[in-house]
Design a protein around this ligand. Structure first.
Ligand SMILES: *Cc1c(COP(=O)(O)O)cnc(C)c1O
Length: 407
């Protein structure tokens, strides 16, 4: 056991060395994946064939869900152990063997580990936190459909994820068995969309819609594209990061039948950009899906200009365009993840102009109470001086723009 752990940490050190120096090209892709992944499979699933390990259904079946299972592969800290044995967290635990293979067994502060292993900090409720801070339930005309913006809706396809993020914005919903992918419920949602012709864009999320079978997804996407006023559909998922094995050629064949189809992928940290994840995104991009990344800004995970820039550079190499950087929602029990708003602004300021514009996401706060996403920018607009607009550039110098055009 000790030897296994040692080997694994060494493998991790190898695979994470130079993590903040983005490689010039995407790492070479092979079917067995990163060295750490391989070592983990050999240590903890010695009977699993490579074929099984690479099978997303096997990965789903073998998820880590209990204290005993986690205790076998991680040296648990006091606060992790407390959270796992006292229970009381409302969010279930689930981690795919693949994602577990990316965790550091000895370091509870490793960024990825912090995001999936609960700690007793989850039991603390800070001022301003709530179970449904975005007021999604209040904007829900039928169960699992959120209609906040006039022209687009969010459809929760199911409440299941293969891996649960500890800062989940829908922790009140996920894993509770209330939002099921039943035809009955979904038909009600389709009906609502059909009766509201101002809806032109449907975002299918959850839970993770890619946890559904290809057939079920095909049916949902087909029913939505039949609706004449739906111009395009997007899918929100974390699968390419937590279970890249889900992105099979068969899935891609199903998805490409429903173009224009876009995908928003949840990524957090450069160490998620493994050869497996690179391959998954490559398959999706080759199937013609424009890929965007949704990143949540988390304390001790990705809250620096260096880590965020490295992540966004890697994403661009994977043909994933950083879309939103979210301020962490005031979800109950998430204060240990929250950064001050100034941190997000500092990161954007450290990126804009200093690197490729495509690499810079839009920093947003999803307004508590249901106000929607509100973008924030560092102060580039300094005001006016007569006809001139005063502007600050990325290096902090002031420039004038003669704003003399008339309406
Ligand atoms: C984020 C979100 C959308 C999509 O917003 P975009 O800015 O168009 O990406 C739609 N509905 C809800 C409820 C959302 O939270």
């Amino acid at each position: 056991m000790t030897i296994d752990l040692l080997n694994r940490s060494q493998a991790l050190i190898v695979s994470q060395a130079g993590i903040h120096q983005t490689p010039r090209r995407v790492p070479k892709q092979n079917s067995s994946g990163a060295p750490s992944t391989l070592a983990f499979r050999k240590a903890y699933f010695p009977d699993a064939a490579v074929r099984e390990w690479n099978d997303w259904r096997w990965q789903s079946r073998n998820r880590f869900r209990t204290f005993e299972q986690l205790d076998r592969v991680l040296v648990l800290s006091e606060t992790e152990r407390g959270a796992l044995t006292e229970g009381g967290t409302m969010l279930p635990i689930g981690i795919t063997p693949y994602y577990m293979s990316l965790l550091d067994p000895n370091d509870p502060d490793q960024p990825l580990r912090r995001t999936v292993i609960p700690t007793t900090s989850e039991f603390q409720r800070a001022p301003g936190e709530a179970d449904d801070p975005l007021g999604e339930d209040g904007h829900s005309p039928v169960p699992g459909l959120v209609h906040r913006y006039p022209d687009r809706v969010l459809l929760l396809a199911l409440d299941f994820c293969s891996t649960y993020c500890r800062y989940c914005t829908r922790s009140r919903v996920v894993g509770h068995g209330e939002i099921m992918a039943s035809e009955d419920r979904l038909e009600k949602a389709f009906d609502y969309i059909r009766r509201n012709p101002q809806i032109r864009d449907v975002l299918v999320s959850g839970g993770d819609p890619l946890a559904l079978s290809d057939e079920k997804l095909d049916w949902i996407l087909g029913r939505l594209s039949e609706i004449p006023h739906i111009q395009f559909i997007r899918i929100g998922t974390k699968m390419p990061a937590v279970l890249p094995q889900r992105i099979t050629p068969a899935l891609c064949k199903t998805l490409r039948r429903h173009h224009p189809l876009w995908m928003s992928i949840h990524f957090l940290h450069p160490s998620e950009c493994t050869p497996e994840s690179v391959r998954a995104c490559s398959r999706l991009a080759n199937a013609g899906l424009p890929l965007g990344a949704q990143i949540v800004l988390l304390k001790g995970v990705n809250d620096s200009v260096e880590v965020m820039t490295d992540l966004c550079h890697r994403l661009l190499m994977m043909r994933v365009r950083p879309y939103y950087l979210y301020q962490c929602d005031p979800i109950s029990g998430s204060s240990h993840f929250r950064t001050p708003v100034s941190k997000g602004l500092e990161i954007i300021q450290g990126m804009r102009g200093h690197t490729t514009g495509y690499a810079v996401p839009t920093f947003v706060i999803d307004a508590p109470g249901g106000g929607g996403k509100i973008p924030l920018l560092p102060e580039y607009y300094l005001g006016r001086d007569g006809d001139d607009v005063l502007l600050r550039n990325f290096e902090g110098d002031t420039y004038r723009y003669p704003d003399t055009a008339v309406e």
